[in-house]
Unconditional design. Structure first.
Length: 603
């Protein structure tokens, strides 16, 4: 009998090829594979990858129930679940912990399926090691948590939108900015969250980022707040780009910038423009359309004297008032600047000589109506006009300064001389004791100088110096001057500054400058132990030596709240005792000879 077995042989050959292919797949697979008898639960085959993964030998798997194998004990792959698998023919565990033969813990994805092989049910278990993936997922989650902590801690608004401009991520500041919870933002567009005109403006810049893949920087305000928005492309995947943004509140920064800009062109005391602005403005105004251009310069007379006598606070008040007077006398478009110290400049476009004189006249009228209870505010002015394009505007400024200087020579001298009298009157108003003391010292100085046969001119100088010898006390607090207690160290330091203050005040005036050194040295001693310079003997001006003795005698014989006055005789004995140490011995002799005249004068 002959049988055609061609088809049978072809089928057998195909089966062999199929089995070989399956075997190669089974042995080369990068997942662990178990083949289990579905009826008995016995393991029939195990691939090399699972053996390597778990560290058990093939013999430890074959013909064993899966729940008997070490790694699968007390796991989801136990007998109860085997029964469920028989019933459902499928079971899956996405993160099942297993322990290898050497004790290491790994995470696996476990999938079991039941299928038929030659009319017999078998179970194939695919076991994938997902330890590295889980580590990566954990690291990613930690990174995301760190990222979330970072963006939520930021005071700037941060968000990311997808390609359809729907919100994917928003931080805490975003929720606070819109006063809406983040879960109510995710998945929505700007049109769902804000007015249409704002949403449309956002959409325009978002589309530019998506289209041009460029960074877009914009500024905008909301109420009193100003924000700076930086938008940039974000790669969400290989094929998808979204939009990220940082929105920073720059209100304070802008205010600081504006303040810095203001301060760079304005005087902090008066609020007028400063020298820097004036120099730039001169260039801007120096065009033919503005001709004629006039420049007025003003200078406060005796400001240093005011500062030395009454303190810088009073001097500042004088400067502020000067600025107000100049503003009152100018027109709205005139440019007023304070250069520094006591100098002011006014730039007057389209203003000739006549109009400049009229403006200065306005200043003087306002000055004449000023309150003069304390000081007569005195300001010198000078001006110059540029009439031709060929003239140099800086020369115009210099000539205005020269004219001012010529006026100031006369006006400032007159003002300083008046100020000396005002200062003395102010001191006497602060302390009646100082008033009486200064007058008596002046009279005693006159008597001593006369007995020393000084000229009438010198007698008058010494008498005047005696009257002014404590003028430097004008800057001392009247509570110290009138104190009924012993002075503290700090109060005494203030008191001993008065000779230097007196020198600064008197030397500022031509009329009194010669007396400045007499007053400056009136607390020096014959033995060199005085102040402020520790001069000795004849190095001290004779006028100062006379004032020193007269000052001491009157101080000793005057009643003080903290001690009784000495009698004339007691004071004479003290002066005799200090002859040659505190006082010039020759002046002491003259003083003793004139003692009777002095006691009569004091009475």
């Amino acid at each position: 009998m002959t049988r055609d077995i061609t088809e049978q042989r072809r089928a057998e050959k195909e089966l062999t090829v199929s089995e070989q292919r399956y075997r190669r797949l089974f042995e080369s697979a990068k997942d662990g594979i178990l083949i289990i008898d579905a009826e008995t639960g016995k393991i029939k085959n195990v691939n090399p990858y699972l053996i390597d993964m778990l560290g058990y030998s093939e013999d430890q798997f074959i013909e064993k129930s899966i729940w008997e194998i070490g790694p699968f004990k007390d796991t989801a792959a136990n007998f109860d679940n085997f029964l469920k698998l028989q019933e459902n023919e499928y079971i899956r565990y996405e993160n099942m912990p297993l322990q290898t033969a050497c004790g290491n813990s790994i995470a696996v994805e476990f999938v079991s399926n039941v299928y038929m092989v030659n009319d017999k049910k078998v179970i194939q278990c695919n076991i994938r090691n997902i330890t590295d993936r889980k580590k990566a997922e954990k690291a990613l989650m930690e990174s995301e948590n760190l990222y979330r902590t970072f963006i939520d801690a930021s005071k700037d608004v941060i968000y990311i939108k997808d390609a359809e401009l729907r919100y994917l991520i928003v931080n805490k500041a975003f929720s606070e900015y819109l006063n809406i919870q983040s879960h109510d933002v995710i998945g929505k567009t700007d049109f769902d969250l804000m007015p249409r005109y704002e949403a449309e403006a956002c959409r325009v810049t978002d589309l530019k980022v998506l289209t041009d893949r460029s960074v877009v920087l914009t500024e905008g305000g909301l109420g009193e707040k100003l924000f700076e928005t930086t938008k940039f492309p974000v790669m969400l995947s290989d094929e998808m780009t979204g939009v990220g943004a940082f929105i920073k509140d720059i209100t304070e920064r802008k205010l600081s910038e504006e303040n810095l800009y203001y301060m760079s062109y304005h005087d902090s005391l008066t609020g007028l423009f400063n020298r820097r602005y004036m120099e730039e403005e001169l260039v801007r105004q120096d065009i033919e359309a503005n001709l004629p251009i006039s420049i007025i310069m003003g200078d406060v007379n005796g400001l240093k004297l005011i500062n030395d006598s009454f303190g810088h606070k009073v001097g500042d008040e004088i400067l502020i008032r000067t600025a107000e007077i100049i503003k009152m006398g100018c027109r709205p478009n005139d440019i007023i600047c304070r250069l520094s110290g006591d100098e002011f400049v006014v730039i007057l476009p389209n203003t000739d000589e006549s109009e400049s004189e009229h403006i200065i006249s306005n200043f003087n009228k306002i000055l004449s109506n000023e309150d003069r209870n304390l000081l007569e505010l005195s300001i010198s002015f000078g001006y110059q006009t540029k009439n031709s394009p060929s003239e140099n505007i800086n020369e115009t400024l210099r000539e205005a300064e020269n004219v001012l200087f010529r006026h100031k020579l006369y006006e400032s001298r007159s003002m300083r001389n008046k100020a000396i009298g005002i200062i003395m009157n102010t001191l006497f108003e602060k302390s009646n004791r100082e008033s009486q003391h200064s007058k008596r010292v002046s009279e005693i100085c006159e008597i001593i100088a006369d007995k020393m046969h000084c000229s009438k001119d010198n007698i008058q100088k010494i008498k005047t110096a005696g009257l002014l010898h404590d003028i430097g006390k004008i800057g001392i607090d009247e509570n110290i001057l009138n104190s009924s207690k012993d002075l503290t160290d700090e109060e005494w330091k203030e008191i001993i500054k008065h000779p230097e203050a007196a020198w600064r005040i008197l030397s500022s005036s031509t009329e009194f400058s010669e007396l400045a050194n007499f007053v400056f040295e009136h607390h020096e001693r014959w033995d060199g132990k005085g102040y402020p310079k520790g001069l000795k003997g004849n190095d001290i001006a004779v006028e100062a030596r006379i004032i020193a003795l007269a000052d001491s005698y009157d101080a000793m014989t005057s009643e003080r709240s903290y001690r009784k006055a000495l009698s004339h005789e007691e004071a004479i004995k003290e002066i005799e005792r200090c002859s040659g140490t505190q006082f010039d011995p020759e002046i002491v002799k003259v003083f003793l000879e004139a003692a009777n005249d002095i006691i009569l004068e004091s009475k």
